[in-house]
Design a protein around this ligand. Structure first.
Ligand code: AMP
Ligand code: GLY
Length: 427
């Protein structure tokens, strides 16, 4: 069978790679894909926003299942288009994807469903938001309600900074209409955890856990990025924590979506803060986390095509899903300057040597192929991922592969997985 993966990041490369391992999958198409996907699969040059052309591709190439990677096409209704055309597609409808696409909607739904989350107020008028923040004497978090390419959240320890942020979002409209409504939320303290669950409308299957590293610098310093690395499993996700998240977060929000005429099918990603008062939701996403899913899929021992099909077909309750107990570590190699401005088009060396190292898989993110040369084309360039006998071994293998890859301006964090290594040492 032929499958189509829509997107061009590390997440999509990892999904395509895992789907290709299925006995049922004979061919993988990627649209638009990146250099790593081109080397292993067939890239078709169609952008993720050209829904009509993607539907046409799936139809003419007799694609058995299309998997949508990024949030933007999901929020724009690509799944609705594929379904109307009678095509099988993995991902939530536009109505269900609002859980990520509209943070004000997500907050209201969490309130109705009694899901633990930070106290928040929603503002549609700039003056009201200003007035409210001016009364605050502690830090707040200002969030553009719409999609802002991961940049719409500002954690402000000082309310004076929050005033500047709402001005940028609501008055200056730096994120366009995404900032027409803002959510002002209490600042939560604790360790963050990403929980990803497959949902087939009814049944919830929580994937093995992973921990992201959002800040650009070692020791979680500097500005937030899309994620500088991940490890799986995450020791902070104890069975108790996971049971609580399933009971207090996932079950009620999936029920609330169904009651709101937006039954959820696809992967639901809960971004959580593990506070002293228990886990609280920071956000929901309607897609796989990146880089989390790169580390998670390294450990999947089951057939991903069957798993995603079970979600589409509503048979997740019968799925048999197994994980490799060995841990995995993914280290993002980024372009100098990221998450600010950076240069593109830098030649990448050492990919073949890294690919030959035992236990290592190099997922491509921002890469492009120019004739026979692979060059950088984004902020996060590669997700260098390794399985190990234990977490320290997985880290060592991933960084050994990073060491043989070079491009001008390349940098990584040096402490990916250290939290898990410390947890393992003290256990
Ligand atoms: P979000 O897109 O809502 O997950 O926000 C992006 C990042 O901002 C999160 O991963 C957290 O690091 C941080 N963040 C969001 N909301 C809060 C909050 N209420 N308190 C503290 N940090 C937050
Ligand atoms: N790694 C964070 C995200 O995918 O949103």
């Amino acid at each position: 069978m032929r499958v189509l993966v829509v997107g061009s990041g590390g997440r999509e490369h990892a999904l395509a790679w895992a789907l290709a391992k299925s006995d049922k999958v004979t061919e993988v198409l990627c649209a638009p894909g990146n250099a790593g996907m081109a080397a292993e699969f067939e890239n078709v040059d169609i952008s993720v926003d050209d829904h009509a052309a993607l539907v046409e591709l799936a139809r003419t190439r007799e694609v058995a299942l299309t998997v949508i990677g990024p949030e933007a096409p999901l929020c724009d209704g690509i799944v609705d288009r594929f379904t109307e055309a009678g095509l099988r597609v993995f991902g939530p409808t536009a109505a269900a994807a609002e859980i990520e696409g509209d943070k004000a909607y997500a907050k209201r739904l969490m309130k109705i469903a009694n899901v633990p989350t930070g106290e928040a107020r929603i503002f549609e008028r700039y003056e009201d938001a200003r007035e409210y923040i001016a009364t605050r004497d502690t830090g707040v978090v200002v969030k553009a309600a719409g999609l802002a390419a991961g940049k719409g959240v500002s954690v402000c320890a000082d309310p004076a900074d929050a005033l500047l942020e709402v001005e940028r979002m609501m008055a200056d409209r730096v994120f366009g209409d995404a900032g027409a409504t803002v959510v002002v939320e209490e600042l939560l303290k604790g360790e963050e955890l990403s929980v990803l669950a497959l949902v087939d409308g009814q049944t919830i299957y929580v994937l093995d856990t992973a921990q992201d590293h959002k800040a650009v610098g070692d020791g979680d310093t500097g500005p937030n990025t899309g994620g500088m690395g991940a490890y799986s499993p995450a020791p902070i996700a104890t069975p108790d924590v996971m049971a609580m998240v399933e009971r207090e977060v996932l079950v009620p929000i999936v029920d609330a979506l169904r009651n709101d005429h937006a039954p959820y099918r696809g992967v639901l990603y809960a971004g959580l803060m593990l506070t002293a008062a228990g886990p609280k939701v920071l956000e929901f996403n309607c897609r796989f986390g990146d880089p989390e899913i790169q580390a998670v899929l390294m450990r999947l021992d089951s057939d991903l095509y069957d798993m995603l099909s079970a979600v589409v077909d509503g048979t997740l309750a019968d799925a048999d899903i197994r994980w490799n107990p060995k841990p995995a570590v993914c280290v993002a190699m980024a372009s100098g300057g990221y998450p600010g401005t950076y240069e593109k088009g830098k030649r990448i060396y050492g990919l073949t040597e890294a690919a030959a190292m035992p236990g290592v898989k190099v997922f491509h993110a921002g890469t492009a192929q120019i004739e026979d040369v692979t060059v950088t084309s984004g902020g996060r360039v590669l997700g260098v991922t390794a399985l190990g006998d234990d977490i320290a071994d997985a880290k060592a293998r991933a960084y050994a592969a990073v060491d043989v890859i070079e491009f001008e301006g390349a940098f990584t964090r040096t402490d990916i997985a250290d939290k898990a290594i410390r947890a393992a040492d003290s256990a």
